[in-house]
Design a protein around this ligand. Structure first.
Ligand SMILES: [Mn+2]
Length: 309
């Protein structure tokens, strides 16, 4: 059976505490459990102080069969940062703008930008699948969206890993491939009804919202909107048309990371759990969160395990 672990963001010390609490022990640099395996939900890097150690622990577990892992948006961005853009000589698939560099700076500093270690980590990130659809459960970093996953099938191999030649397409703004990748790794955005808008945290006017796509019944734009607290009143209490949301059939439990949850960990509903409890939060009250899965199809609050907070 599996222990699922949410976004680590370079916090190796809490990771080791969490693995210990889950019954894993370290021998010669390999963490393992006699009967169980880990599934990492992605976002190993950026922000935290121990990014090399975090990647090394996870990678060693994956390479020896003690764990599985999926790609997070931070690994995707890390690869795109380092890959030359074939259409723009001297540029990269992820623009080296000030803002993008700030987001990635801790990683680049710790690993040494353009070092052999950096290149080696990028090669490992490229091997991470976009999702896992196993016998009893599913895993993806941000949003399970069947239509977008079907689009992405043209850009991935039989193990859901991005094909080497597909990276330029997946990073090209405005393509269906780009939209699909953004949704599954960064979350669902939906357009507001015409005439509605809000001001985001940077003071920009926005006409799309990040949506809590896992809310399945009778939902309005305001119910689903992930916007700053002072913007929520601008979001209409108007039903969201069904075709804007992927829904979720609930035929297998689904685990995601990504959403910077707070408070006491609990499932989002019977079939979906988010395990990102903001270990990298600036206030230092975040948690690194896991779920001990024993094959149950209805998720249980008491199976969450965490450190910190
Ligand atoms: Mn993420």
């Amino acid at each position: 059976m599996y222990d699922l672990i949410g976004d680590i963001h370079g916090f190796a010390t809490p990771l080791k505490q969490l693995l210990t609490r889950l019954g894993y022990r370290e021998h010669n640099g390999l963490w393992r459990h006699p009967r169980r395996r880990v599934i990492f939900l992605g976002d190993f890097i950026d922000r935290g102080p121990e990014q090399i150690e975090t990647v090394t622990i996870a990678r060693t577990m994956v390479e020896t069969g003690a764990a599985l892992a999926v790609m997070g948006n931070h690994e995707f961005n890390g690869v795109a940062w380092s890959m030359a853009d074939p259409r723009k000589p001297g540029q990269y698939l992820r623009n080296h703008s000030r803002r993008n560099r700030d987001q990635h700076e801790e990683f680049l500093t710790q690993v040494g930008e353009n070092s052999a270690l950096h290149a080696d980590m990028i090669e490992w990130f490229k091997t991470l699948p976009l999702f896992l659809d196993l016998a009893g459960l599913r895993v993806i970093h941000a949003c399970w969206h069947p239509q977008h996953l079907q689009t992405l099938a043209s850009y991935t191999d039989g193990q859901n890993r991005i094909l080497e030649g597909a990276w330029p397409q997946l990073t090209r703004y405005g393509t269906t491939a780009f939209d699909a990748l953004e949704t599954v790794l960064k979350g669902l955005e939906i357009p507001l009804p015409s005439g509605s808008e809000f001001v985001d945290g940077y003071g920009h006017i926005r006409r799309n919202i990040r949506a809590q796509w896992w809310d399945l019944e009778g939902v309005t734009y305001r119910d689903l909107a992930m916007v700053p607290a002072d913007a929520i009143a601008s979001i209409p209490h108007q039903p969201v048309p069904d075709d804007l949301l992927p829904g979720y059939a609930g035929d297998k439990p689904l685990f995601v990371g990504h959403y910077w949850m707070s408070g006491e960990p609990a499932p989002l509903n019977d079939h979906i759990a988010c395990l990102d409890y903001s270990i990298a939060a600036k206030k230092g009250n975040g948690k690194l969160c896991a779920y001990r899965w024993d094959g149950e199809q209805v998720l249980r609050r008491e199976n969450f395990v965490w450190v910190g907070g």
